[in-house]
Write a protein that binds this ligand. Sequence first.
Ligand code: PGA
Length: 251
Amino acid sequence: MRKPFIAGNWKMNMDSASSVALAAGLAKELENVETVDVAVCPPFVYTQSVSAALSASNIAVGAQDVYFEGKGAFTGEISCDMLKDTGCTYVLAGHSERRHVIGETDELINQKVTAAIDSGLLPILCVGELLEERQAEKTTEVVAEQVKKGLAGLCNERVQAVTIAYEPVWAIGTGLTATPEQAQEVHAMIRGLLAELYDEDIAQTLRIQYGGSAKPGNTAELMAQPDVDGLLVGGASLKVEDFAAMVKTVA
Ligand code: PGA
């Protein structure tokens, strides 16, 4: 069975005091939760202090992005080893805001996923269609392409480090959530694709999170879908009560 995995993506929010307070609040609220994997992804500059605040907890820390090169003249970028050094276990790759606001390509995202695995980080590969792509009935095509290109070159063994997050772009930060049926349909498609690209065992092992206006009120119905293995939570991960309530619902 796949262990549920709930991750909070804090995006470009919080400051040094509030990020530590949020982490400490979650550590307290979730201290007895063992049946769900939980992670938070603070901005780069707070990963170290948040890791310290969570050191005695079972909540992991992730980063929101990474650069694929090991070190050198890449002004402004952060390497996998730097993330590990500040306590990160996970890293997001290809979040829709990086694809559509910053302009990241599938090729760059694949380099990030690959570098993360090589260094021992666990990447969360984010995929999802734009509203116009859904309206043009291109969801399957777009998401399948992002999954294939994001995982390109990964062998059966290395791909097992990956979590996939399906996040329909039209549902992110908009208050519009995919219906549980819409989420399930895409998750099942992704799992079928993983079976084709790898094998049935891997397809059954990899976790696929849903993201896009996930909140306490829709957690149970989303998580009741057979192929929804967890959530990637933006807005609702910024409040101890909301994020803790979601984790507890799943636990
Ligand atoms: P949201 O963001 O929950 O605020 O919609 C989700 C995400 O972008 O990961």
